[in-house]
Ligand binder design. Structure first.
Ligand code: ADP
Length: 293
């Protein structure tokens, strides 16, 4: 599954992307996170990106696209990926299209998260993330449960507010979204990839809407997972192969016995074994084929 999550700052793309990572087992590629990591490491890329980020403006396309090209070269993206916060303008969308065409990995869907302006501002002002594990919380709507500790440190989450989540920068980020990113809705609609979901309300409910929009009955997180139909079929096939192998071994044993004894009785036993064998017996073969279909 190769998808883009499209939406204004605070629309919940990051939160839902993290849930998709757990359920679909494909990586989240957040240009915001990659850029923040570069800033924190003090790399040349981080140095160049920092000013635009602090001002709520977009970082230069060439820097972002270089980062994306590099990320798509990593093996974990072969099974799919979730873009979160990328592309953010038409130039990036065209460049991504060309890049994925060259990789023969076109997008499957683009999901737009629809939330009204007042709600966006409310969400951003309450947003905090754990400095250690990166999990995103909202002090107003989804604070970290008191019983939960950080999976990285085992201690309580160390909650931080992003430096660009202040009032002035938020207003600029929302303006930039309207001007530069919103046009991508028509761009992807024209390509037949766009799905729109109502991203207001309960986080679990939005996850359900997202799964529905993707047409994918997403797996529940590991511990509560129900039996997957794909896995059940795979298990059935494995058990059929095992019984074929067992039957084959039985026939070979009988043949060896026949060769060594040369007796009529042994020949009879071997014939009987062949008749029962799903590998060799006609009726057995028919049944197996039927089962596999
Ligand atoms: P949000 O969606 O809440 O604004 P992000 O974490 O996606 O937050 O982005 C934070 C900042 O990083 C943006 O305001 C922008 O400066 C920069 N940024 C992230 N993604 C891109 C991108 N694709 N192109 C240009 N700048 C980006």
């Amino acid at each position: 599954m190769r998808i883009v999550l499209l939406g204004a700052p605070g629309s919940g793309k990051g939160t839902q992307a993290q849930r998709l990572v757990e359920r679909a087992g494909i990586p989240q590629i957040s240009t915001g996170d990659l850029l923040r990591a570069a800033v924190a490491r003090g790399t040349e890329l981080g140095r160049q990106a920092r000013e635009a980020m602090d001002g709520g403006r977009l970082v230069e396309d060439s820097l972002v696209l270089g980062m994306i090209r590099e990320r798509l070269g990593e093996p974990d993206t072969r099974r799919g990926f979730i873009f979160d916060g990328f592309p953010r303008n038409l130039a990036q969308a065209h460049a991504l299209e060309r890049l994925l065409e060259a990789l023969q990995q076109p997008l499957d869907a683009v999901v737009q998260f629809d939330v009204d302006y007042r709600e966006l501002v409310r969400r951003i002002s309450g947003r905090r993330s754990c400095a250690d594990c990166g999990r995103v919380f909202n002090m107003l709507t989804s604070p970290p449960p008191s019983s939960e500790s950080c999976p990285r440190t085992g201690a309580p989450h160390r909650l931080m507010q992003r430096p660009d989540d202040n009032e002035a920068t938020v207003a600029e980020r929302l303006r930039v979204y309207d001007e530069k990113t919103r046009p991508l809705i028509d761009f992807y609609r024209a390509r037949g990839l766009l799905r729109v979901i109502d991203a207001a309300g309960d986080v679990d409910e939005v996850t359900r809407r997202l799964a529905q929009a993707l047409g994918a009955p997403l797996r529940a997180p590991r511990r509560t997972r129900a039996a997957s139909p794909v896995k059940t079929a795979a298990r059935k096939r494995a058990s059929v192969s095992a019984s074929r192998a067992r039957a084959g071994r039985a026939v070979r044993r009988k043949r060896t016995a026949l060769r060594s004894s040369g007796s009529k009785a042994a020949a009879k036993t071997a014939r009987a074994a062949r008749g029962k064998s799903p590998r060799l017996g006609r009726s057995g073969r028919g049944r197996l084929k039927g089962k596999r279909r």
